[in-house]
Design a protein around this ligand. Structure first.
Ligand code: SF4
Length: 406
C-alpha cells in the first residue's frame, strides 16, 4: 500500500460526504432518461475524440469569428507564459474552480510573480487555507473537511472566532470574496465543454461565482482540447450528464454560455465591446499531453470529469487525495498523469495501488475501463524498470516455485 498523508478525520469527512452524494444520486442513476443520456453522450465523446484535430481547427476559426482571442498552448509552460502576458500588470486576478488551471500550476505562477489570485469558489477558497492545499473531489474540493476543521481554518485566517455554523461561514467568505473581487480587472475560469461549430464555451456552476468572474474586463478561459464537441446542443448534453453524476441534480444552478465578448450595437448599429461583461475574452486551448493520450490511450480522453469513479473506489475511500494526480483524482488521475506528466509521476500517483477491481467502470457514465488502462501502464512501467522490489521478489518466486508464495 502506498504511503498516505491524509488524516483519519479527513477520510471520515470525505466518506460521509460521498455517502450523502451517493444517496442523492441513487434514483437519478437508475432512471431510463439518464440511461438514454449516457448513450447519447458516449456517442458524442466517441465522435469528438475521433475527430479532435478537425474540431480543434473548426473551434479556432469559429471562436475567432466570434471575436474571441484564441491561444494554443502545447504545454503548461506555454499556457502560463500566455496568461502571464495578459495579467502581468495586475495586482489581483479572480479565479473560479478549474482543474485545468490547477493542472498547469497557475497558483505557483501567481505566487512567484506577486499577483494575488482570488479563489472565488467556496470549497477551493477553504482548501487554500489548509497547509496541504489538496482537493478531494473535482466538484466538491473540500469534501474531506468537516465543519469543525473549516471553522478553525477560517478563525485563523480572519483572526476572529468563527462558529461551526454553515450560514455564518458562507456569509463570511461571500463578503470577503465580494470585497476582493472589486479590485480585479481580469477573471480566469475553465470550461466544461467547448462547442466547435458554434464557437461557444459552456460553464456550469452552482455558486454563481463564474458569472461574477466572467463579467470582469478581461475573461481568460483555460480549456483542454479534450473538452471539444461539435455543437452547443452536444455541449449541453455533456454538462447535463456531468451534473447528474457529480452532484445528483439534473441541472446545475447556473449554466453560462460564452460565445463572444460582451457587445452592443444599439447606437446606429455601431458594434461596441464591453457593455456590462468582458470586453476581451481569451481562450487558452491546452494540449499538455492530450495529443499523446489521443495516440496511445484515446479512451482516457472520453472522461467528462464528473468524479463519480472516486466516490465508490475502495482505494480512494482509504487514501483520498493521495491516490491520483493533482486535481485528477483516483485511478483516472493516475492514467491521465502518464500523459500530462511522465512515467515517474504516474508511478508515484499510485499506479500499483489500484486493486483493478473495476468498480470505477461500473460507476463511470462513459464506462471507461480505467483498470485495463492501468494494467497497460503497469506493463510499460515495468519495462522501464519502474516497479517495487516486492514485485521483483514475487516474480522470482513464481519462476522458481510456480507460486507467489514461499
Ligand atoms: S472516468 Fe468516468 S466517472 Fe471518472 S471522472 Fe471521468 S467520466 Fe466521471
Amino acid at each position: 500500500m502506498m504511503k498516505t498523508n491524509i488524516k483519519e478525520s479527513e477520510i471520515q469527512a470525505m466518506n460521509k460526504s460521498f455517502r450523502i452524494l451517493n444517496e442523492r444520486r441513487k434514483k437519478l442513476l437508475d432512471n431510463s432518461q439518464t440511461e438514454k443520456l449516457k448513450k447519447q453522450v458516449k456517442k458524442i465523446r466517441e465522435y469528438s475524440i475521433n475527430h479532435l484535430d478537425d474540431l480543434k481547427e473548426l473551434a479556432f476559426k469559429r471562436l475567432r469569428d466570434n471575436g474571441i482571442e484564441v491561444i494554443y498552448a502545447s504545454d503548461a509552460n506555454e499556457a502560463l507564459k500566455a496568461i502571464y502576458g495578459i495579467v502581468k500588470d495586475e495586482k489581483y486576478v479572480a479565479k473560479s474552480k478549474s482543474n485545468t488551471a490547477s493542472e498547469i500550476g497557475i497558483t505557483d505562477l501567481f505566487k512567484e510573480k506577486g499577483i494575488k489570485l482570488i479563489e472565488t469558489d467556496l470549497g477551493d477558497r477553504i482548501v487554500q487555507f489548509t497547509t496541504k492545499k489538496k482537493s478531494s473531489h473535482p466538484i466538491g474540493p473540500a469534501a474531506h473537511l468537516n465543519i469543525g476543521d473549516i471553522a478553525e481554518l477560517l478563525s485563523k485566517k480572519f483572526k476572529k472566532h468563527v462558529n461551526e455554523d454553515p450560514q455564518e461561514i458562507l456569509n463570511l467568505v461571500r463578503q470577503d470574496v465580494l470585497e476582493e473581487i472589486e479590485s480585479c480587472n481580469v477573471g480566469i475560469t475553465g470550461a466544461n465543454s467547448l462547442a466547435a461549430e458554434d464557437g461557444s464555451l459552456v460553464m456550469v456552476h452552482n455558486e454563481g461565482n463564474i458569472s461574477l468572474v466572467s463579467m470582469l474586463n478581461t475573461h481568460i478561459i483555460i480549456v483542454g482540447i479534450d473538452k471539444l464537441v461539435r455543437t452547443i446542443e452536444e455541449a449541453i448534453s455533456v454538462v447535463k450528464l456531468e451534473t447528474i453524476y457529480a452532484t445528483g441534480k439534473t441541472v446545475p444552478a447556473y449554466m453560462n454560455v460564452i460565445s463572444s465578448p460582451s457587445k452592443t450595437a444599439d447606437i446606429e448599429q455601431i458594434l461596441l465591446n464591453g457593455m456590462y461583461g468582458a470586453s476581451r475574452v481569451v481562450v487558452v486551448l491546452l494540449d499538455n499531453g492530450r495529443s499523446k493520450a489521443l495516440k496511445d490511450c484515446p479512451e482516457s480522453l472520453f472522461c467528462i470529469g464528473c468524479g463519480s469513479c472516486i466516490v465508490t473506489c475502495p482505494i480512494y475511500n482509504i487514501l483520498g487525495y493521495d491516490f491520483g494526480y493533482n486535481r485528477y483524482l483516483g485511478g483516472r488521475g493516475v492514467v491521465f498523469s502518464r500523459y500530462l506528466r511522465n512515467e515517474q509521476i504516474c508511478y508515484d500517483s499510485g499506479l500499483f495501488t489500484c486493486t483493478l477491481c473495476g468498480q470505477c467502470t461500473l460507476d463511470c457514465p462513459l464506462e471507461i475501463h480505467t483498470n485495463h488502462l492501468i494494467q497497460e501502464l503497469r506493463c510499460e512501467s515495468v519495462n522501464s524498470g519502474l516497479f517495487k522490489d516486492k514485485h521483483r521478489k514475487t516474480a522470482q518466486k513464481i519462476k522458481r516455485n510456480g507460486s507467489p508464495f514461499s
